[in-house]
Design a protein around this ligand. Structure first.
Ligand SMILES: [Zn+2]
Length: 353
C-alpha cells in the first residue's frame, strides 16, 4: 500500500485518534484495512472471494468458512472492547517510554491488573516481525547482566536472578548509533555467543567485541572481527570500560528503562518480552510521528497469531516460531473498499447481508 501517510493512514494527534476511533465498528474497519488491504482473504483457504455477513463476519465463497477480522489475530475472542484495545495501543506506542500495567490500569480504568498486564504482554509478543533484517555495517557486540528484582503476579517482590543478555548495536559514522538487538543468553560461551551474532548481524559486517574467547572464530562465520583488548587499552592508559561505548550506552538505557517505567518489577521469565519492547522503542526513537508507531504496532498485531493467557504466564523462554511468508497480496481490490482519503473507512452502504 506504499508509505503510510499521517492524517490518512494513521492519526497525527490524540484528538484525531479519538475522533477516528469512537466505536468498535470504527476499530474493526481499521483492522480490516490493515489485515486485508486489498480486500478479504480467507485465512482458511487463502481465497480472496467472499461476502460480508450482517454480524460483521465474512463468509468465504471458496470453503464456506465464516470468519471475523479479529479471528486468528491477537484480538481473537477478546472480551475487551476494541476501543479499549486501541487506547492501550495508542498509549503503548505514543509514550516515549511506554507504560506499565499499573499506570495502564489506572489511566483506562481497566478492571484488573492482570487484564492490563496481559494486554501489554500480548502487544509485546507481536513486536518482533518475522524475517526482520539483521544489523549491518559496523556492529558492537557484548554481553551484560540485566534484571535482579522479581515480582510474582499476585504481588510481592523477591530477589530475582540476573540474566546474561547479549547486546548488539550498529555504529554510525561519523558518530551516533543505529539499530540494536538484545537477547538473553544461556552463558558466555562461543556456543551461545556465535548464534547470537549470526542471528542478529548480517554476515560481511564488522563486529567489534572485547577479547573474550567466546567471540573467537567470528571470521570463520563471515564477519570482519575487530577485537579490542582491555589489557591493551589499560597499557595505553585508556579506560577499558570505554572500549565498547555503544553497547554500554544501550545497556544503561535498558536498565534505566526497566527501573523507571517498570519499577524493576520484571521477572526472569518475561525479561525477553521487555527486551523486545525496549529494542522496538530504541529502533524507532527517531520516528517523527508517534502515530506511525501506533500504526506499526496494530499492523503487527493483526498479522500475529492469538496469544493465550496461559502462554503469557508459564512461558520460560521466548517462543521460537519459524518465519511465515507474508500474506498474499495483489489480488483485485474489493468493491467494498472506498477509494476515499481515509482508505480504511468502509462505506456503510457497501455492507451486505
Ligand atoms: Zn475459505
Amino acid at each position: 500500500m506504499g508509505t503510510p501517510r499521517v492524517g490518512t493512514h494513521y492519526p497525527r494527534s490524540v484528538g484525531e485518534f479519538q475522533a477516528w476511533f469512537r466505536s468498535d465498528a470504527d476499530c474493526l474497519d481499521y483492522l480490516e484495512w490493515l489485515r486485508w488491504p486489498s480486500g478479504f482473504v480467507c485465512p482458511g483457504c487463502r481465497q480472496s472471494a467472499g461476502w460480508r455477513l450482517g454480524d460483521r463476519r465474512f463468509m468465504c465463497s471458496g470453503c464456506g468458512d465464516r470468519t471475523s477480522v479479529t479471528a486468528g489475530t491477537i484480538f481473537d475472542r477478546t472480551r475487551t472492547p476494541l476501543t479499549v484495545w486501541f487506547n492501550v495501543c495508542w498509549l503503548f506506542a505514543t509514550g516515549k517510554d511506554g507504560i506499565s500495567a499499573l499506570s495502564l490500569r489506572r489511566t483506562l480504568e481497566i478492571g484488573s491488573y492482570q487484564t492490563a498486564w496481559a494486554m501489554l504482554h500480548r502487544l509485546r509478543s507481536v513486536l518482533v516481525r518475522p524475517g526482520r533484517e539483521r544489523l549491518v555495517g559496523t556492529v558492537e557486540v557484548d554481553e551484560t547482566y540485566i534484571g535482579g528484582l522479581e515480582e510474582g503476579l499476585p504481588g510481592g517482590r523477591a530477589r530475582g536472578k540476573k540474566v546474561l543478555t547479549g547486546i548488539a548495536v550498529e555504529i554510525r559514522e561519523p558518530k551516533g548509533y543505529g539499530r540494536c538487538r538484545m537477547m538473553p543468553l544461556g552463558d558466555a560461551s562461543a556456543a551461545s555467543l556465535h548464534p547470537f551474532v549470526t542471528g542478529h548481524v548480517e554476515p560481511g559486517a564488522t563486529v567489534i567485541t572485547d577479547a573474550w574467547q567466546g567471540y573467537h572464530g567470528l571470521e570463520k562465520l563471515g564477519y570482519v572481527h575487530d577485537r579490542r583488548s582491555q589489557r591493551a587499552a589499560r597499557a595505553r592508559g585508556e579506560d577499558p570500560g570505554e572500549l565498547l561505548p555503544a553497547v554500554h550506552r544501550v545497556a544503561s538505557l535498558v536498565k534505566r528503562w526497566l527501573l523507571g517505567t517498570h519499577r524493576g518489577s520484571v521477572d526472569e521469565a518475561h525479561l525477553p518480552s521487555y527486551l523486545n519492547e525496549f529494542v522496538f522503542r530504541f529502533n524507532r526513537r527517531r520516528s517523527r510521528s508517534r502515530g506511525m508507531v501506533f500504526y506499526r504496532v496494530l499492523e503487527l498485531a493483526v498479522a500475529h497469531d492469538p496469544v493465550r493467557y496461559t502462554d503469557l504466564i508459564v512461558r520460560r523462554r521466548p517462543r521460537k516460531k519459524p518465519p511465515k511468508p507474508p500474506p498474499a497480496r495483489g489480488h483485485p481490490p474489493s468493491r467494498d473498499r472506498p477509494p476515499a482519503d481515509r482508505p480504511w473507512r468502509r462505506l456503510q452502504l457497501a455492507s451486505s447481508g
